[in-house]
Design a protein around this ligand. Structure first.
Ligand code: MN
Length: 462
């Protein structure tokens, strides 16, 4: 195993507790990851703190929630991993909450929460036979509980230090989750997975579906929505046709609705019979041939009376693709899934170091695109910038911009000019080299100080 760098964000805090000259050595790091006293949560602590501080400076933030499956083809059985849906290999679910600015730039602010979940092994189909219907659905529900749990985690962490809107895709569409957010006064945008029954002035026992109610009540307007291209990578959603990236012209509408509690929950569930929410929908008008028209049904706590408010809701939902980019950075950049750490605990701890790096790279990439002239100090530590300055052959300006810093990191990672845009692998390699160099730089500074100290001392002694 090659030596891994520790992100600057955590190296200082780590060093305090686990100071060891060999920590950066491959074997030592391997042992470190396996150490029972080390946890992903503890490793992420300093990054969480900085994320909250960045959020506090924003008038409004989005917290994007989503789950990705991580599969480890090289890992043998019996190390605490479980089955996956998208892969034959063993792995676990990684549920992330990424904070971004709510304005149009959507600059990533950091990972606010991360949790992992291992699906239980179900060898032999009859395994659940002894369970009653209720027990079985309870078991299935356990997985979807991660949504309200993580929103609660974020709520507690944020307290009153920032204003946030939670954003979730169709996986987050669950009546108990919506009920929980409404009763806790969380602000949210959640995409509906399926049509729902609603209360209207006149409705029979069957009720009406949302799509049946709104048609004559909408305000129509149009806007361009970039549709996320779905490539060969693992971010692709199962069974969904590959959609080319495009600017979609959509018809937008909105209204207030009362959702009916789905029948399968029943009164005994304790869930409210109705939930009052706002709905924004967007339907693509002229999809390219062979493409599914974009069709979003978004539930939100936010006002949707004006076209401007409706567009804001769509814009917040659009920010969600950043989390998919983040997962790409993690999976392709550091090749997380080919790590041979053998063991759930070690793999979780590795995330404690990798997630902050993935954030730093995503932030640099997004900011270099949106605000290329912004100072690199927005993203990189002073030490990272000092070292970058010293190692850059063409030389960096005194106060480099984010795009200059990004270019220098890509070069450290071996990027050749003719290869065009920077890929995640090159950036990740560059960042690892940078953080390695920073560690050396810090060690050298420390040694110089110690030497200065001893020589003074010896002078005094004389
Ligand atoms: Mn999802």
């Amino acid at each position: 195993m090659t030596a891994l760098q520790l992100p600057v964000e955590v190296v200082v805090d780590l060093a305090k507790e686990f100071a060891s000259p060999n920590l950066r050595d491959g074997e030592a790091l391997y042992r470190f990851f396996k150490n029972r006293r080390v946890s992903m949560e503890a490793l992420l602590g300093p990054h969480h703190k900085r994320t909250l501080a960045r959020m506090a400076e924003q008038p409004l933030c989005l917290v994007l929630h989503d789950t990705t499956e991580v599969a480890f083809p090289g890992v043998s059985e019996g190390v605490g991993l479980g089955p996956l849906r998208d892969s034959e290999d063993k792995g676990f679910l990684l549920h992330l909450s990424l904070a971004v600015c709510a304005d149009g730039l959507h600059l990533p602010l950091g990972v606010l929460a991360a949790s992992t979940l291992v699906r239980p092994n179900h060898k032999g189909r009859g395994r659940n036979k002894h369970l009653s219907g209720g027990e079985l659905s309870k078991k299935k529900n356990k997985e979807s509980e991660r949504w309200p749990q993580q929103v609660a985690l974020c709520r507690n962490a944020i307290g009153s230090c920032a204003n946030v809107i939670h954003v979730a895709d169709r996986e987050g569409d669950a009546y108990p989750f919506l009920a929980e957010m409404l009763s806790s006064r969380d602000r949210f945008v959640v995409r509906l997975a399926r049509d729902r029954h609603v209360f209207e002035d006149e409705w029979d026992d069957e009720g009406l579906s949302i799509s049946e109610t709104w048609l004559d009540t909408v305000i129509k307007t149009t806007l361009d929505v970039p549709v996320a291209g779905r490539g060969k990578d693992k971010v692709t959603v199962r069974g969904r046709p590959r959609q080319p990236e495009r600017e979609a012209t959509v018809s937008v509408g909105a209204r207030r609705l009362e959702l009916r509690r789905p029948r399968y929950y029943g009164a005994a569930s304790g869930l409210p019979e109705r939930l009052e929410v706002n709905v924004v929908f967007a339907v693509e008008l002229d999809p390219p041939e062979g493409c599914n028209p974009l069709s979003w049904l978004l539930l939100t706590s936010e006002p949707v009376e004006t076209a401007e408010q409706q567009l804001a809701v769509l814009g917040w939902y659009k920010a969600r693709w950043l989390l998919e980019e983040f997962n790409k950075a993690l999976k392709t950049g550091c090749a997380y899934e080919s790590r041979q750490l053998e063991g759930y605990h070690g793999l979780r701890n590795a995330l404690g170091l990798f997630l902050p790096i993935a954030w730093q790279l995503l932030r640099l990439k997004v900011q270099a695109r949106q605000e290329p002239q912004a100072p690199a100090t927005d993203v990189l530590s002073q030490e990272q910038l000092d070292v970058l300055q010293q190692t850059s052959r063409q030389g960096l300006p005194e106060q480099p911009t984010v795009s200059e810093a990004l270019g220098a990191i890509a070069k450290l990672g071996g990027h050749l000019k003719r290869n065009g845009a920077f890929g995640w692998q090159v950036l990740w390699r560059g960042m690892r080299r940078l953080d390695d160099l920073v560690a050396g730089w810090k060690a050298a500074k420390f040694a110089m100080q110690t030497m200065a100290h001893t020589s003074k001392k010896s002078l005094r002694d004389v």
